[in-house]
Design a binder for this molecule. Structure first.
Ligand SMILES: [Zn+2]
Length: 273
């Protein structure tokens, strides 16, 4: 299926394997995080999914959830109780992801939350920003909360990721298509990549990938010649071959593409059976 094997694409294809291999050292920490969030979810009586985040918030002692203008996605503040503030500019689904992330801080860092409350708040009642490490773990916990691993595995069995499957899981769990696909890849579908495209004139440019690659590589990536039509004319999960070009080099992938909004396309690339 892969016609040309070249350095740029080898790099692209190696990203997920490297990301997954690098997770070996972190696996014990991540397993603990998943267990903690799972325990709280069950203690809260929140059945999944779609998860009832309001109920989860009450269980964790959150007094109020406010959508307000913010320079960040979300934060926890002390105001006669624990209050979660969420950026009002976020889409409804991103608000949900942000709330799940902030609740994860409460589960994973109870000491910090309590200390801050006793001092009636630091930084003007705002909690100190966490380290990159704790932020990544709260992201992981949020994904586990919204799409619990055990539920997802029971739901999909051995099936390989596809737009159709992710769409069905997304409808059931009230999660965005891209979020579900990222979670499926994170949970082991390392032979898949996601690429988001934006329409630019008559062509498309790659704006984002999962697992993440650097922006220099994305900027060089274009759909080759006739395959632009697969992106331009795709409907809900149109299958085809997507030839990608990076500089002089090309490689072909089995792909499924779906239009998300007027100007954006999400493609799921499958390069190993
Ligand atoms: Zn955070």
């Amino acid at each position: 299926m892969v016609i040309y094997m070249v350095s740029d694409f080898r790099y692209f294809e190696a990203i997920a394997e490297r990301a997954l291999a690098g997770r070996d050292n972190r696996r014990a920490i991540e397993a603990r995080v998943r267990r903690q969030i799972e325990r709280e979810r069950i203690a809260a009586g929140v059945t999944a999914p779609p998860v009832d985040l309001q109920r989860m918030s009450r269980h964790l002692g959150v007094k109020e959830i406010r959508c307000v203008p913010l320079a960040m996605n979300g934060r926890i503040v002390e105001d006669d109780g624990v209050v979660v503030e969420i950026n009002e500019k976020l889409s409804p689904f991103l608000r949900k992801v942000t709330l799940a992330h902030e609740l994860s801080h409460i589960v994973l860092e109870p000491g910090r939350v309590n200390r801050t409350r006793q001092r009636s708040g630091i930084e003007d009642g705002r909690f100190a920003r966490g380290s990159t490490e704790i932020e990544a773990l709260c992201d992981l916990a949020a994904r586990q909360l919204l799409l619990p691993a055990r539920w997802l595995l029971q739901r999909i069995g051995e099936a390989s990721p596809s737009i159709g499957l992710a769409r069905a899981v997304g409808e059931e769990s009230a999660c965005d298509l891209g979020f579900v696909l990222m979670r499926l890849i994170e949970m082991g579908a390392s032979h898949c990549r996601l690429l988001w495209w934006s329409r630019v004139g008559t062509g498309f440019c790659a704006t984002q990938s999962y697992p993440r690659t650097d922006e220099v590589f994305l900027a060089r990536l274009t759909p080759a010649g006739g395959d632009v039509s697969l992106l331009r004319d795709c409907e809900d999960g149109t299958r085809g071959v997507l030839t990608l070009r990076a500089g002089e080099e090309e490689t072909r992938y089995r792909a499924e593409c779906v239009a998300i909004g007027d100007e954006k396309v999400l493609s799921l690339l499958i390069f190993k059976e």
